[in-house]
Write a protein that binds this ligand. Structure first.
Ligand code: 13P
Ligand code: SF4
Length: 320
């Protein structure tokens, strides 16, 4: 405990000394989110993280999240130094979407508008017409449907089917999945709902369609948080990564939050949804990054960056 407090103080001191802006995602540990609050940093969903990094006047951005979040910050702010506690913090969606495979699929659907989820590499983004985060996906789906063009969507199959169901668009969907959200299961959820009949179910759209179908509300991490804050309801079952509970309980201390159950491949109920890559953002790795930035710096090849910037800018203008 003493050691943790000393590390926390050391990290806080370093952030101030280096004049860095710490930008953290809700799925990082409670310690990381507390540090972010103490350092005057920003905690948000992936769209907000991108916007805040771009608009900051600080020269050093410290992104506590997964790699695509650091890459997005660098693409939008090439003149800033963007560092991450752990460059190996991946995302299963990013990992399952190979750029060469995408090029082949694109060639099969030349008429389609390529829409890539933000949870992809810079190379994949550079192949896309549009980037979206979960908070914008349905809105963009509806917008593109009005234009009458089919969508080639990569890489999350569940978010893809949710966009299709909500916007009625023609969509070719990549078969990727988030290992965390894919584990939510509808029968186990029914069981928890039976025990908490008054609770509303709030779910991230990366969850399977059968789980999303049972939700009272579907949205990004920030949208789930806002829904819980503004609702008259006092109890919620939460279908997203467990570290969002820190902000949920801070924002709504008088409300009850229950974890939607996660089921392992062997069919056993395990208690929580935990993203292992987000967990790589520790105080130790953050201190290492601030003390020795170069091995923790995000670099994006300039031609790839320019390719990825176009659809990212389009997304940010669409959401403005
Ligand atoms: P949000 O954009 O909702 O924060 O989602 C990011 C993410 O990685 C969800 O798993
Ligand atoms: Fe990627 Fe899923 Fe982790 Fe989000 S929770 S960063 S989508 S693996």
């Amino acid at each position: 405990k003493k050691k943790d407090e000393a590390l926390f103080d050391e990290a806080l001191e370093l952030i101030k000394k280096k004049n860095a802006l710490l930008i953290a995602h809700y799925y990082t540990s409670e310690t990381m989110q507390r540090l972010c609050e103490a350092a005057g940093g920003f905690i948000g969903d992936s769209l907000e993280m991108a916007r805040v990094g771009r608009d900051s006047d600080k020269d050093l951005l410290l992104v506590a999240g997964v790699r695509f979040m650091g890459e997005t910050a660098k693409i939008l702010s090439p003149d800033k130094t963007v560092i991450m506690p752990e460059l190996k913090a991946e995302c299963s969606l990013d990992l399952c979407c190979d750029v060469e495979d995408l090029k082949k699929i694109k060639a099969l659907h030349p008429e389609a508008t390529v829409v890539a989820y933000a949870n992809t590499s810079a190379q994949v983004k550079a192949q896309a017409d549009w980037i979206v985060t979960s908070s914008l996906a349905v809105e963009l789906g509806k917008y593109l449907t009005k234009q009458g063009k089919p969508i080639l969507w990569v890489p999350d199959r569940h978010l893809g089917s949710y966009i299709a169901a909500q916007s009625d668009c023609e969509i070719y969907c990549w078969p990727g999945r988030c290992i965390v959200h894919d584990s939510f299961e509808e029968n186990a959820l029914d069981f928890v709902k039976k025990e908490n009949p008054d609770a509303k179910i709030l779910v991230h759209p990366e969850a399977p369609a059968a789980v999303v179908a049972k939700a009272d509300y579907v949205g990004s991490t920030s949208q789930i948080l806002n829904y819980a804050k503004n609702s008259d309801c006092k109890e919620f079952i939460i279908g997203t990564e467990k570290h969002i509970f820190y902000k949920l309980m801070q924002a709504c201390p008088d409300k009850k939050f229950i974890e939607a159950p996660v089921v392992s491949t062997s069919g056993h109920c395990i208690s929580c949804a935990n993203c292992p890559w987000m967990g790589m953002n520790t105080l130790e790795s953050l201190i290492r990054a601030l003390n020795d930035p170069e091995p923790h710096s995000v670099h994006v090849d300039e031609s790839v960056r320019l390719g990825a910037l176009k659809p990212l800018d389009r997304m940010l203008s669409f959401s403005a």
